[in-house]
Design a binder for this molecule. Structure first.
Ligand code: AMP
Ligand code: GLY
Length: 428
């Protein structure tokens, strides 16, 4: 079967690498892809945010029997709905189901209505009222732009001044565009002794009836070492998550995963695809920080290399709503991903820097996130550029291997964290 994957980044490269191992998959296309993906799939230069254009392309490529929609924005625009309407087989939730990510206000209301543990909150579409609310509240406080904002629309404000500035940025200056028409103002969740809570990303496969968690992973969201700097799309990940014991996983299944699937069904929005749970450990148990309607980036880059089951078989089972019939198996051990970003990311950065890659350990994975090839030369083409991933028996071993590869890669301004995996290792 020939397959189309929608998306451009390291996550899509990891999905394509996993699909390449499936005996069911013959040829792959990627819309739009990047220089690394181009080695495994034919890149198609169609704007995937133009749902009609994607539909038209598929209508004229009858050899393509399955489409995987990886990023959040085409899902939020209803690409799955459009393609299904035209009779194509698709992996990814429809627009109404994807709202669990594309509207934080919807997600919070859902959790409140169905008793799913999360931070207390209020929603505002009026700037003056939001301002009044933070002026009467506690600090730190968390401000979240309602809509999609590339993982950057969350501001943790320590002081009233920061909260006032943040509200202005989101609601008046529209720093995140129309995502900031509404704002969710949330209580700041903490772990024990008022340290920041420990977070875990639990990606799951679900067909709306059955939900199967993937191995848990941890994301380092802040730009700099020691969790300093701005939130980013993710600067590195690792699996397993040391604090995520089988007991906690059971608690999460009963109190969060199953109730969420049931809640979406009860709302007439059955979710089919990958449902991602961003969770935090608090003194009152695990709570939901965010939902995503898709594979995480860069969580996927450490999770999928550990998958033993054929990913295409899982996708097909989800489309056909027979996920319960499949056994999903994982390798033992650990995997670490270090993101190499352009200097300045997540704010202003330049593109088009030449990338030099030396001899990389052949057992490890180098996923391309933002790259392009120009006249044969590999160049940077985004904020996050490369994902350097390695497996090991332990996180420490995987870390050592990943950083050994990082030392063989260079581009001007290359920025990366040197502590991926360390913090949690010490605790775990
Ligand atoms: P989100 O995009 O919603 O995952 O938020 C990005 C990051 O902000 C999370 O991974 C947390 O580290 C932090 N965060 C979000 N909401 C809260 C909260 N209510 N309390 C504490 N930290 C939070
Ligand atoms: N790494 C966080 C996300 O994919 O949203």
């Amino acid at each position: 079967m020939n397959v189309l994957v929608i998306g451009n980044g390291g996550r899509e490269h990891a999905i394509i690498a996993a699909l390449a191992k499936s005996p069911m998959v013959r040829k792959m296309y990627c819309m739009k892809g990047n220089a690394g993906i181009a080695e495994l799939a034919e890149c198609v230069d169609v704007d995937y945010l133009n749902v009609k254009a994607v539909g038209d392309w598929l209508d004229t490529h009858e050899d393509v029997k399955y489409t995987v929609i990886a990023p959040d924005d085409p899902l939020a625009l209803g690409l799955a709905d459009e393609l299904e309407k035209r009779g194509h087989r698709v992996f990814g939730p429809n627009k109404k189901a994807a709202e669990i990510e594309s509207s934080k206000a919807f997600a919070k209301t859902l959790m409140k209505k169905y008793g799913i543990p999360t931070a207390k909150y209020e929603t505002f579409d009026n700037y003056e009222k939001a301002l009044e609310y933070v002026r009467g509240g506690k600090f730190p406080v968390v401000l979240k732009a309602d809509g999609l904002a590339l993982g950057k629309g969350v501001l943790i404000c320590e002081t009233l001044q920061q909260a006032e500035d943040g509200l202005k940025q989101i609601m008046l200056d529209k720093a995140f565009g129309s995502a900031g028409n509404k704002v969710v103002i949330e209580e700041f969740l903490t772990g024990k002794e008022f340290t920041p809570g420990e977070e875990v990303s639990v990606l799951t496969f679900t067909d709306g009836k059955t939900i199967v968690p993937m191995i848990a992973s941890c994301d380092h969201k802040r730009a700099y070492d020691g969790d300093k700097g701005l939130n980013t799309g993710g600067m590195g990940t690792f699996t397993p998550c040391p604090f995520y014991t089988p007991e906690i996983a059971d608690e999460v299944m009963e109190r969060i995963l199953l109730p969420t699937v049931r809640a979406m069904n009860a709302e007439g929005r059955p979710f089919k695809g990958v449902l991602y749970f961003g969770l935090m450990r608090t003194p009152e148990g695990m709570k939901v920080v965010e939902y995503n309607s898709r594979f995480g980036d860069p969580e996927t880059q450490v999770v999928l290399p550990m998958l033993k089951t054929d990913l295409m078989e899982i996708f097909q089972a989800i489309t056909d709503e027979r996920l319960s019939e499949i056994k999903i198996e994982w390798e033992e051990g650990a995997c670490v991903c270090v993101v190499l970003a352009s200097g300045g990311y997540p704010q202003h950065y330049e593109k088009g820097k030449e990338i030099k890659v030396g001899d990389i350990d052949p057992d490890s994975m180098l996923y391309h996130a933002g790259t392009k090839r120009e006249n044969g030369v590999l160049k940077t083409n985004g904020g996050r550029v490369l994902d350097v991933c390695a497996k090991g028996k332990t996180i420490e071993e995987a870390r050592r291997k990943a950083y050994a590869n990082v030392s063989k890669i260079y581009f001007e301004g290359m920025q990366y964290r040197k502590d991926i995996g360390i913090k949690y290792n010490a605790k775990g």
